[in-house]
Design a protein around this ligand. Structure first.
Ligand SMILES: [Zn+2]
Length: 304
C-alpha cells in the first residue's frame, strides 16, 4: 500500500475520529462497519482519481476469477479472522504503468495494470492477490490505526494533556501522522504467511509468490523501485522465508499456468527468444522493441 493511497483516506478519517470512544482505555480499532465505510469512501476517491479498466478487460476478468477461488478456501483451524471474514470484497484494475497493488480497508482491492503487465503466470497474480486479501481480512489498517491512536494517547497522558476518561474524543491524528500510517513489517509477514496458505488451499503453485518478489528485486536493481516494494519491504530474508515455508510442505506443486493473455512481459520474452541479439530484456521496457514480430502464444516457453 502506498502512502499516496492513504492520503485518500483523510476525509473519511475525520468522520471516524469523532466516533472514537470517549471513555474506557484505549480501544480505537475501527469496527468492521467503520472499516467498510472508510474503504468505500477511499475506493470512490480512487475511482475518481484513476481510470479503472472495464470488467470486460481480460485482466479484470482473471483477477475476479482468481479472487473467487482464493476466497472460497475453507477457514483453517480456529483462525477467527478467516472464519468471521464477511468483508464485501471488490477487485479492480487501474489503467496505469505504476507497478503496484493495494488494499483499502473493508474490501476494495486495486491492482495497477503496470504490475499485471510484468507478470507471466496466473500463480504470480494469485500470490499478490492472496497477500492483499489478507491485509483486508486481518484488518491491518484498523490495527495500524489502533496502534497509532494508542501511541498518541500515551503521549498525551505523558504530557498531561488529558486525563484518561475525558477528552479522548479530541485526540486526533494529525495529517502528517496519517501520511506515515502504514502496515508494519509484522502485518506484511502475516499477509505473506496467510496469503501462502490460501494460495496453496486454492491449488495454485505458491512459487508464483516468490517469482513476484524476485521480479521486484530485479526491478530495484534496475534503479526503479516500484511503490509496492517501497511499502512491502522486499529483501532476501522475505524471499528466503517464503521459500522455506514452501519447502516444508514437501509437495510437488502443479505447473505454473501462463496468463491467458499476452502481457508486456510475455511479448518481450517472445521477442527475445526469437531474436537473441536483443539480449533478454526482461520486459522492463514494456516490450515495444522495433522488431515488430508479433508474439504467438505458441512461442511462450515453459516458465522457469
Ligand atoms: Zn502488503
Amino acid at each position: 500500500m502506498t502512502q499516496g493511497a492513504f492520503r485518500l483516506f483523510l476525509p473519511a478519517l475525520t468522520v471516524l475520529l469523532i466516533a472514537a470512544p470517549t471513555q474506557g482505555v484505549a480501544q480505537f480499532k475501527p469496527s468492521r462497519d467503520e472499516q467498510v465505510k472508510v474503504g468505500r469512501s477511499a475506493a470512490q476517491d480512487v475511482v475518481k482519481k484513476y481510470k479503472v479498466l472495464p470488467e470486460s478487460d481480460p485482466r479484470v476478468k482473471l483477477l475476479r476469477q482468481l479472487s473467487k477461488k482464493l476466497l472460497a478456501v475453507p477457514p483453517e483451524g480456529k483462525d477467527s479472522f478467516w472464519r468471521s471474514d464477511k468483508f464485501p470484497y471488490e477487485f479492480n484494475v487501474i489503467d496505469s504503468k505504476e507497478v503496484n497493488a493495494f488494499a483499502v480497508p473493508g474490501g476494495p482491492i486495486f491492482f495497477f495494470s503496470g504490475l499485471i503487465d510484468r507478470m507471466k503466470t496466473v500463480d504470480e497474480l494469485a500470490g499478490v492477490l492472496a497477500h492483499e486479501i489478507n491485509h483486508v481480512r486481518r484488518e491491518h489498517w484498523a490495527r495500524a490505526y489502533n496502534d497509532e491512536m494508542k501511541k498518541q494517547l500515551g503521549l498525551a497522558l505523558l504530557l498531561g494533556l488529558t486525563n484518561a476518561n475525558n477528552e479522548m474524543a479530541t485526540l486526533a491524528l494529525t495529517a502528517s501522522d496519517l501520511y506515515g500510517l502504514k502496515f508494519s513489517r509484522g502485518h506484511e509477514t502475516e499477509s505473506d504467511d496467510w496469503g501462502l496458505k490460501i494460495v496453496v488451499g486454492a491449488g495454485f503453485n505458491p512459487e508464483g509468490m516468490v517469482d513476484v518478489f524476485e521480479m521486484f528485486r530485479k526491478l530495484k536493481g534496475s534503479g526503479a523501485p516500484p511503490e509496492w516494494q517501497s511499502t512491502h519491504p522486499d529483501d532476501r530474508n522475505r524471499i528466503k522465508r517464503l521459500q522455506d515455508k514452501i519447502a516444508k510442505y514437501k509437495k510437488t506443486w502443479p505447473a505454473k499456468q501462463p496468463l491467458p493473455f499476452d502481457t508486456a512481459a510475455m511479448k518481450a520474452e517472445a521477442a527475445a527468444s526469437k531474436n537473441p541479439a536483443t539480449g533478454g530484456a526482461t520486459g522492463a521496457t514494456g516490450g515495444s522493441s522495433g522488431s515488430g514480430s508479433t508474439s504467438k502464444p505458441g512461442t511462450r516457453k515453459a516458465l522457469r
